[in-house]
Design a protein around this ligand. Sequence first.
Ligand code: SF4
Length: 442
Amino acid sequence: MNKKLVAIVRYEKPLASVRKAVELSKGLDHLTSGAKVFIKPNIVFWTRAVPFPKWGVITTSRVVEDMVVLLKERGIEDITIGEGMVTGDPKDTETPAHAFEYLGYGVLKQRYGINYLNVFERPFEKLDLGDGVRLRFNTDILTSDFVIDLPVLKCHNQTVVSLGIKNLKGMIDIPSRKRCHNMNPGKDLHFWIAKLVDKMPPMFTLLDGIYSNERGPGPDGRLHRTNLLVASADVLSADMVGARVLGYEPEQVPHLVYAAKNRSRPFDLSDVEVIGEQIENVARYHEYDFKYSETEDGIIPVPMAKQGLKGVYYQKFDLSMCTYCSGINGLMLSAIRFAWKGDPWDKVEVLTGKSMKPTAGMKKTILMGKCIYQAHKENPDIQEMIPVKGCPPKPQDMLNALHQAGIEADPGLFENIDKMPGFFMRRFEGKPEYDETFFQIK
Ligand code: SF4
């Protein structure tokens, strides 16, 4: 049996480390010189308002430039970098443009003649991936000859890990992203994610683990300097090895299980050959999930329970909550946390996503988002309904809902939503290993 090759390389220096990962994995061996190549980094999030932690959140520009250089060495002229990042307003084109410029893609364009694009300014094409999964993909990636998939080595609070397969979710349009978070039994988010890769052109996957992320995908996770690269011409093998490096057996990651089953592949890496570093020498357990405390006094994340908050029942997010509600869920929780003055609230429940059910005995129920509002707008079990109907919900409506529920949240937080990720920068002060220059190209 021909085993799939996966290289694990310690990141030591520019170009040489990525070159080693590519050579050991033979990842570009089937790339022809006239190929049209599409590079997919992971720019999961961006804000123009404040500096924010990018370590373990966004693919380093260091790795992106190194890949471009290696492609140019192979005579590749037609190179496009593309991403569809999450912003508060899907019509916002200035934030993605700012991200590309900050990350040095403009310099890459001048220096190497590459192109870069925001997929939301480009056409999408509907693909039928079987089993009822129909998604609209960016046409630039579909019409390329070869894809370089550059995710970050990170855990994800819904999908356990977010690596090469999950990174492709950034290539589908917004309605498709929302559709992935459906509630069909046996066909949940994991099932849909596993299919993202099925109609991709040939790919090379390089997991950028210069920095890694616990409880990702965003800057509120725990970010580590990890100095690893994981590379393979087979994305599923790269992801299974990446999962082990993050401390998970592939069978603990539902979308990898679906992807392996779809290809009649084992989950135990018995058809994979790892070269370079050995997994056991580099693996480090990364938590993927936020822990919640559930008592008769409330349901809230553990740090808020330790702070003593009582009377708020904020059920833990589930798979049906899509990316756009996830983006503002942290704001809602922070607003509640900062509003705590020591007096218990009067049984206020917050429901999110599409499938949560109201708890008996609650006095006020905030329905956050159009989906959960539609699900419960006529539910007789809700004593006082406080709907926040937007999709995604608007910050002002969220603030009004908290006030109506008796939680005196600070309006400033909601007016400056773009600035919130800046709070996390304090954790990295005086730590030179968290180096911003990895995200710049001089
Ligand atoms: S309401 Fe929220 S969970 Fe529902 S589709 Fe809109 S953004 Fe997603």
